[in-house]
Design a protein around this ligand. Structure first.
Ligand SMILES: C[S@@+](CC[C@H](N)C(=O)[O-])C[C@H]1O[C@@H](n2cnc3c(N)ncnc32)[C@H](O)[C@@H]1O
Length: 226
């Protein structure tokens, strides 16, 4: 492992706002924060929003800055990327931010029923060959159903037409409530939404900046499960 990565891993272990559950405690469903994030971790009764596959956590920290009334948790398996978001949160004095280093497959071992208020999926891998692995596949929608409160929404921002179309089909096939959708979020959605939403949509992630430079369109879907 490179020195830089090692440094980040070591520092992550010292950050109170980086949580790294062990495989065994998740497997045995005894992760102590499950159902108790507000009480134990954030020490305040405020809604929890997740960013799954958060990378460097631009959405987690960006939304937390825009909306101090909610708690934001970035989830990713890569510790060196999470470190960047954790540093940003610290440097900006954001107390409503945490990062959870785990596999998204374990999400129902980390949060309990109705514990989550909203979910953001930002530039997730479109899994071109394995649709069941997409973060809006039936498997994942079932998992979200187990942790998302009724009326909580899922936001997908992607450069992938395949993931966008797939998600739109999922919404239709399962009769989910479609709240917003656009194939070109900056041309179609950003100009017509209220300022507060616009600021949220305007957050640019690391991957998004790369795709925009390549001239790709950014797609967006927001829907509710029930
Ligand atoms: C294409 S990157 C997008 C990162 C960030 N959201 C952005 O837009 O810059 C996908 C991210 O998902 C994470 N990831 C992929 N599969 C994952 C999994 N099964 N569990 C947790 N994180 C995962 C990767 O580590 C990576 O940081």
């Amino acid at each position: 492992m490179g020195k830089n990565k090692q440094f980040r891993f070591t520092q992550n272990a010292t950050f109170d706002h980086v949580v790294q559950p062990g495989y065994q405690e998740l497997r045995e469903d005894r992760f102590p924060l499950k159902g108790r994030w507000k009480e134990i971790h954030f020490e305040r009764d405020a809604p929890i929003v997740l960013e799954l596959g958060c990378g460097k956590g631009e959405y987690t920290t960006g939304l937390a800055r825009l909306d101090p009334s909610r708690n934001y948790i970035g989830v990713d398996i890569k510790g060196a990327r999470i470190w960047r978001g954790a540093r940003t949160a610290m440097e900006q004095g954001l107390t409503n931010v945490a990062f959870l280093r785990t596999h998204v497959d374990h999400i129902t071992s980390c949060f309990s029923k109705d514990e989550v208020d909203a979910i953001w999926l930002t530039f997730s891998d479109p899994q071109l060959r394995k649709a069941r692995k997409r973060l809006t596949s039936d498997l994942f929608l079932e998992r979200y159903m187990a942790i998302l409160r009724p009326g909580g929404s899922i936001h997908l921002k992607t450069d992938s037409p395949v993931l966008y179309e797939f998600t739109m089909e999922q919404v239709e096939r399962h009769g989910l409530l479609l709240l917003e959708h656009s194939r070109d979020v900056y041309a179609e959605l950003v100009p017509r939404v209220p300022e507060q939403i616009r600021d949220m949509l305007n957050i640019r992630t690391f991957y998004e900046s790369m795709w925009l430079q390549e001239g790709r369109k950014i797609h967006f879907v927001q829907f509710e499960l029930r």
